[in-house]
Design a protein around this ligand. Structure first.
Ligand code: FAD
Length: 375
């Protein structure tokens, strides 16, 4: 059994762990990322990769919405840095179109336009005829929609691969097939981690193991409130047909991929912790796809994939120190939005690790779940 030293150990090589390692590496802090499978083998490689904070984050929760907008701002530069370093994450920056099929959906989209317009991101209403000009194959039944030009999508697996590649170039260490079996604890300090082949002593450990962060008793005597939310998605291909940008109905997404295929997303299965592809999910996803684009009836079926999102009790990430413990923090619970929140989350967590000041992570603190003291 070997024993090694590292400044920072990150448990989990998904988009969150790898983004934190990249941000730390840019600040000259060399993290070691330990991944029990392959990088991106969890939700991050199964994601739809939509970068759409306006559609997916609650504007009433200012901290998480702000993190989404910050991440949206960071993505273009991040994508060019990663591409320059050698791996293109296939970031597409051509907007997102959300369409309505019923008068009630039209009303909802138009009501949201009031606050969306105030963001200064160019979000605008499009009549059905204008949408058909943009996307001629879209269903005749749609009544109109909203176009948000600054949002986009990325290939989740390519983003993880690009982060690993770029951070390695800056001195970070990434190990696959290396399962962390427990934390090394001395008093109230986490001083390292154990794997099947040896241990790592480190100044700081980040728990970024996606839904596995919530396995009871796995890491610390107290349980961490992360729960599994399974999602399935499929890939279709129809030669000569590719929407210009991700198109969303109230039921699901069709997301164009750089290789010419179409990703159709997704199911949401609360509490399910497996990656089985089910016939029912495929049926639902095909209905979402053909509801938006009837021409996809004769598309080829390319494949399907499932992943397990890391859910939190209020759907908002849990990031920062774990009260009562030194030398450890958590970066998890990003649920349906881990890709779109990854650059901003990594920025905050890396800053906390380097300066020890947790204030910018306060809104994401695990302390928000503490039971109020009884009177
Ligand atoms: C179908 C689907 C569609 C989605 N669509 C979107 C979308 O459009 N936009 C968006 O922003 N988000 C989307 N998401 C959500 C997003 O993918 C997740 O929020 C994000 O990938 C979570 O990243 P993570 O790094 O926290 O977790 P994960 O990607 O699960 O990474 C955690 C890693 O930890 C590893 N690990 C676990 N235990 C250990 C251990 N003991 N030792 C070492 N390693 C360990 C796992 O193998 C895994 O690789 C989608 C998810 C799914 C499933």
């Amino acid at each position: 059994m070997s024993s090694k030293n590292a400044d920072v150990v990150i448990v989990g090589g998904g988009v969150i762990g790898c983004s934190i390692a990249y941000q730390l590496a840019k600040q000259g802090i060399r993290a070691t990322v330990l991944e029990c499978g392959r990088f991106g083998s969890g939700a991050s490689g199964a994601t739809a990769g939509v970068i759409g904070p306006i559609w997916h984050l609650d504007p009433a929760h200012k901290a998480v919405f702000g993190l989404g907008i910050r991440s949206l701002d960071l993505f273009p530069r991040l994508a060019s840095e990663l591409t320059e370093a050698g791996v293109d994450p296939e970031f597409q920056h051509r907007g997102i179109l959300k369409v309505a099929f019923t008068p009630a959906q039209v009303d909802e989209l138009k009501q949201n336009l009031t606050w969306q317009g105030e963001l200064g991101l160019g979000v605008k209403w499009l009549e059905a005829a204008e949408i058909r000009n943009l996307e001629p194959e879209v269903s005749d039944e749609l009544l109109g929609g909203v176009f948000s030009p600054r949002e986009g999508c990325v290939n989740g697996q390519r983003l993880v691969d690009a982060l690993v590649h770029a951070a390695t170039g800056l001195g970070a260490v990434f190990l696959e097939e290396t399962e962390v079996t427990s934390l090394e604890i001395s008093g109230q300090n986490v001083v390292g981690v154990r794997t099947l082949t040896g241990s790592y002593q480190c100044g700081h450990t980040v728990l970024a193991a996606g839904p596995w962060t919530g396995i009871p008793g796995r890491w610390l005597p107290q349980d961490l409130p992360i729960s599994p939310v399974k999602g399935q998605r499929i890939l279709l291909r129809k030669p000569g047909f590719l929407p210009k940008c991700p198109v969303r109905s109230f039921e699901g997404y069709v997301v164009p991929q750089a290789d010419g295929s179409l990703l159709v997303a997704s199911t949401r299965e609360e509490g399910v912790f497996d990656v089985r592809i089910t016939a029912d999910a495929i049926r639902q996803l095909l209905a979402k796809a053909t509801g938006l684009f009837p021409a996809l009836e004769d598309a080829s079926f390319v494949g399907a994939r499932a992943g397990v999102r890391p859910g939190s009790p209020d759907g908002i990430p849990i990031m920062g120190p774990l009260p009562g413990w030194d030398g450890v923090s958590i970066a998890c619970g990003h649920d349906h939005a881990g890709v779109m929140l990854s650059p901003g989350s990594a920025e905050l967590v890396a800053r906390y690790i380097s300066d020890g000041d947790p204030r910018s992570l306060e809104a994401f603190s695990i302390s928000r779940f503490d039971a109020p003291a009884s009177q």
